[in-house]
Design a protein around this ligand. Structure first.
Ligand SMILES: Cc1cc2nc3c(=O)[nH]c(=O)nc-3n(C[C@H](O)[C@H](O)[C@H](O)COP(=O)(O)OP(=O)(O)OC[C@H]3O[C@@H](n4cnc5c(N)ncnc54)[C@H](O)[C@@H]3O)c2cc1C
Length: 433
């Protein structure tokens, strides 16, 4: 550790107040807001591996807490995936509390970090960095409409807080011995008192998403739940529904695993020549892909008229027929669905089933490159949910998607990156007495 002049903050201050203090230790001293005392003490060296959403948050937080932070990123630029989020607009959080927003072997793992760095804290934090939020049905975006403005704000804050940013540094190994971490890259070696692994997952074709964080964790003795693509379209049989390819229709999809209902999602179903896609299918995909991995039978039932209860469907159709007796079955459906879908539905033997529970057998998800996130990752059983610290190595932390946590669409994955990054950064920076 090297000597550095810093100011000691009152450690009893609530987390939020400490996070909200003006950026940079020197400024906060001068204001004297919290009755600080000047001391000479060691600065803790924190190394963050991965300059994506959670790594940037962790680095900014740790530096704000007085640590000497080095951020290692193997891409040439920081936040490449962050720049692609929300179709380039960055749905960075969500004000709606959704019961099953998070999945994983232990989805409840997220609760502590999310309550300590909440959606409100996130909005305040970004607002302080100059990112004004706009809200659409609970979904939060930067007012700029550009995800890159979020990356830039975080990068500027990190530089302002004196984070040493090293890009084109691919971390190949992390070793721990005698209370010190050695972090090896292809051409260099860094030494730290704490390491935060923020390497993300191997989802998407975006450069840098190579899944190398899993191997780093495994080499340190951590169990990794097999990563699988999540937030993906689903391949289905029977094939031959090319007739409906390209159709978008409102509906509800119910996922059955071994014949039992797992979950239902409503919204726009996108019908394709290989199966089915759209937000409701993305939300169900994590369960479907993992169940297939476990060799379980997986089926989807598509309800194309979810707003009409099954027991009222017959009367509904009879009424339509009474009003327009000259129409055949396909024509009777016109006005309810796009033409292509009317053709497919009316050709089914059982019209009721076709409308309310169109059966599809799920045969697979898409590739990692076509998925938005991964399910699986570093087992949360060996990580402290309050601090994100490893239970195997003191001073080792994990954040974001590298952990066995995946969120649904709607900003929940980035909120997890912010909350887990803030927890890891804050705790990694804490000086031992
Ligand atoms: C197309 C797309 C759209 C999305 N849209 C949204 C959205 O709107 N809202 C939302 O909430 N979520 C969205 N997500 C998910 C969200 O982007 C991720 O959950 C989030 O970025 C995860 O943060 P992270 O810090 O864990 O990982 P990342 O942001 O992926 O960061 C990991 C970083 O580590 C680097 N790295 C990895 N291994 C090494 C190594 N060995 N050495 C050095 N560096 C390394 C990587 O290059 C990367 O920069 C989207 C994902 C995709 C692919």
């Amino acid at each position: 550790m090297h000597q550095w002049k810093i100011w000691i903050q009152n450690k009893d201050l609530p987390d939020l107040v400490r996070l909200m203090r003006p950026a940079g230790p020197v400024q906060s001293l001068k204001t004297g807001m919290f009755g600080q005392k000047e001391q000479i003490m060691d600065k803790k060296r924190v190394i963050v591996v991965g300059g994506g959403a959670s790594g940037l948050m962790a680095a900014v937080t740790a530096a704000g807490e007085g640590a000497a932070v080095t951020l290692l990123e193997h891409n040439e630029r920081l936040g490449q995936k962050l720049n692609a989020t929300g179709n380039g607009r960055c749905n960075f959080s969500n004000r709606k509390v959704v019961p099953d927003a998070y999945r994983g072997t232990h989805p409840e793992f997220v609760q502590e970090a999310l309550s300590r760095f909440s959606v409100e804290d996130t909005v305040d934090f970004f607002q302080r960095l100059g990112i004004s939020p706009v809200e659409r049905d609970g979904y939060l975006y930067p007012r700029s409409g550009e995800a890159s403005s979020v990356t830039q704000a975080l990068s500027m804050e990190a530089r302002y807080r004196k984070v040493k940013i090293k890009t084109r540094e691919h971390v190949t190994a992390v070793e721990h011995g005698k209370g010190v971490f050695q972090v090896r890259t292809k051409g260099w070696q860094y030494e730290g008192d704490a390491v935060i692994l923020a390497c993300g997952s191997k989802a998407s074709a975006i450069s840098g998403a190579d899944g190398s964080g899993y191997a780093l964790a495994e080499a340190l003795g951590h169990a990794v739940v097999r990563p699988l693509p999540a937030l993906t379209a689903l391949k289905c049989s029977p094939k031959g529904f090319s007739g409906w390819a390209g159709v978008r229709a409102q509906g509800e999809a119910t996922l059955l695993v071994e014949g039992k209902k797992r979950s239902s999602q409503r919204g726009e179903l996108q019908l394709t020549n290989y199966g089915i896609s759209g937000i409701p299918i993305f939300q169900l995909s994590t369960y479907a892909v993992r169940a297939l991995e476990e060799k379980k039978s997986v089926r989807l039932l598509a309800d194309f008229l979810p707003e009409i209860p099954a027991e009222e469907l017959e009367a509904f159709l009879r009424n339509r027929q009474r009003q327009t007796p000259y129409k055949n079955t396909r024509e009777l459906l016109e006005g309810l669905f796009p033409g292509k879908l009317c053709k497919v539905l009316s050709a089914q033997k059982d019209l009721f089933q076709a409308l309310k529970a169109f059966p599809l057998t799920v045969t697979g998800g898409m590739s990692f490159a076509q998925a938005q996130v991964c399910s699986g990752g570093v087992s949360t059983e060996e990580v402290n949910p309050r601090t994100m610290e490893s239970r195997l190595h003191k001073g080792l932390y994990f954040t974001g998607e590298l952990l066995d946590i995946d969120g649904t669409c709607g900003g929940y994955n980035l909120q997890w990156a912010w909350s887990s990054g803030a927890a890891a950064g804050r705790n990694a920076a804490i000086q031992e007495p």
